[in-house]
Design a protein around this ligand. Structure first.
Ligand code: SF4
Length: 335
C-alpha cells in the first residue's frame, strides 16, 4: 500500500492527578498533566523514525499510545488508515501482533522464572504463529536472528548480561513477525559499549526484515545513527521533523539547535560550552499560552507569548513550529 503505515493526527493525552482538598473546596477541576498537546506525524513503511527530546517531553507517552497501551484523549492514530482506537476483537489482536513494543528495561520485562525457550514459545503460542512441532526450530531461528547462541534457549534471564537480555526482548518481539517495532529508550539502561551493538543489531534487523521502527531516545548520537527521519518533541508537541541529516546540519527550530549544542561531539562546527537551554521547563500542569518554548527561547518576541506556532514547511520533508521563518546565524542568538 502507498501512504504512511502509521499516522498520528492531533493527538492529545492528559493524566489526571489526585484532587487536592483546597482545589475541591474552591470548585476547581482536578489538575491534569498535559502529556501530549496535539502531536501529528507520519511513519512510512520500512523507515526508522527517531523521536528525541528531554525527559518529560512526552516521547514515551507517545510510544505507548502508538502501540495502544494507552488510549488517546483526542486526535487519532491510524494504522494502515484505520483508527486504532476503534479496533476490537480479531482486528485488535492483529494490530497487537503487527505493532510490537520493546521496553527500556530488559531486567523487568522478562519473567525471571522462565527459561528463554519458554519466553519465546509463549510469544509464539499466544498468537498461534507456528504449530507445536515448528516451535523449537523457530526458537533457534530467533536466537540466531538476534545473534545469541543456540544454548541460550535453556538459560534463565538472570544468566545474561543487560545487552543479551535486551536481545532476548527483541527476539520475543520478533517472534510474532511484527511489521512495526516501537523501541522506547531501548539501550539507555545499558553500558555505552553495549549500546552500539544493540542499536547496530536493530539496524540490521530493520533492513533484513523491512521493519518499520519508531526509535524513542534522548541520545542524539544513537538517533542520528539509526534514523531516516527525526522528530524533536518539546512539552508534548513535535517542534521539528526532518530527514536526519537535514535536522542535524540545518535545524530550523531554536530548541533543536539548543539540543544539538548540548551534544557538541555531534557537530564540531557547533562546538560551544554554553548550556543547551536556559530557564525552567514550564509545568505540564499549566502550559504557557503561546509557544511552549517561549519561556526558554533566546529568540522569543511578543508574538511568541501570544500565539502558539503550528508546524510549517521549511524544505522537502522538513517542518518546524516556530514563528521565525528562519533562524539567524548561531552567534546572533547568544546573550
Ligand atoms: Fe522561540 Fe518564538 Fe520560535 Fe517559539 S516561536 S521557538 S519562542 S522564536
Amino acid at each position: 500500500m502507498t501512504g504512511p503505515l502509521l499516522s498520528v493526527r492531533g493527538v492529545r493525552k492528559v493524566f489526571p492527578l489526585p484532587q487536592p482538598l483546597w482545589r475541591g473546596l474552591r470548585g476547581l477541576p482536578p489538575p491534569v498533566v498535559h502529556a501530549l498537546n496535539g502531536v501529528s506525524l507520519e511513519v512510512a513503511r520500512g523507515e526508522t523514525l527517531g523521536i528525541v527530546g528531554e525527559s518529560g517531553c512526552g516521547k514515551s507517552t507517545l510510544a505507548r499510545c502508538l502501540v495502544r497501551l494507552w488510549d488517546v484523549d483526542d486526535g487519532q492514530i491510524l494504522f494502515e488508515g484505520q483508527d486504532i482506537g476503534g479496533l476490537k476483537g480479531p482486528a485488535r489482536r492483529a494490530f497487537n501482533r503487527r505493532v510490537q513494543m520493546i521496553f527500556q528495561d530488559p531486567y523487568s520485562s522478562l519473567n525471571p522464572r522462565m527459561r528463554v525457550r519458554q519466553i519465546l514459545a509463549e510469544a509464539l503460542s499466544v498468537h498461534r504463529m507456528r504449530p507445536a512441532a515448528e516451535i523449537p526450530p523457530r526458537i533457534a531461528e530467533l536466537l540466531d536472528l538476534v545473534r545469541l547462541p543456540a544454548d541460550a534457549a535453556d538459560r534463565f534471564p538472570h544468566e545474561f548480561s543487560g545487552g543479551q537480555r535486551q536481545r532476548i526482548g527483541i527476539a520475543r518481539a520478533l517472534a510474532v513477525e511484527p511489521e512495526v517495532l516501537v523501541a522506547d529508550e531501548l539501550v539507555s539502561a545499558l553500558d555505552v559499549s553495549v549500546q552500539a551493538q544493540v542499536v547496530n543489531l536493530l539496524l540490521h534487523l530493520q533492513e533484513r526484515l523491512n521493519l518499520t521502527v519508531v526509535f524513542v531516545a534522548h541520545d542524539l548520537r544513537l538517533v542520528r545513527h539509526i534514523s531516516h527521519r527525526v522528530a524533536v518533541m518539546y512539552l508534548g508537541r513535535v517542534v521539528e521533523l526532518a530527514p536526519t541529516e537535514v535536522l542535524f546540519s540545518a535545524p530550523a527550530h531554536p530548541y533543536t539547535r539548543a539540543l544539538l549544542s548540548a551534544a557538541p561531539e555531534l557537530d564540531p562546527a557547533r562546538r560551544t560550552s554554553r548550556a543547551a537551554t536556559r530557564g525552567e521547563l514550564p509545568s505540564p500542569l499549566d502550559l504557557p499560552k503561546g509557544c511552549l518554548f517561549a519561556t526558554r527561547c533566546p529568540l522569543a518576541f511578543d508574538r511568541c507569548h501570544a500565539e502558539r506556532p503550528e508546524p510549517t514547511p521549511r524544505g522537502p520533508g522538513h517542518l518546524a513550529a516556530c514563528h521565525l521563518p528562519e533562524l539567524p546565524a548561531q552567534s546572533q542568538d547568544r546573550p
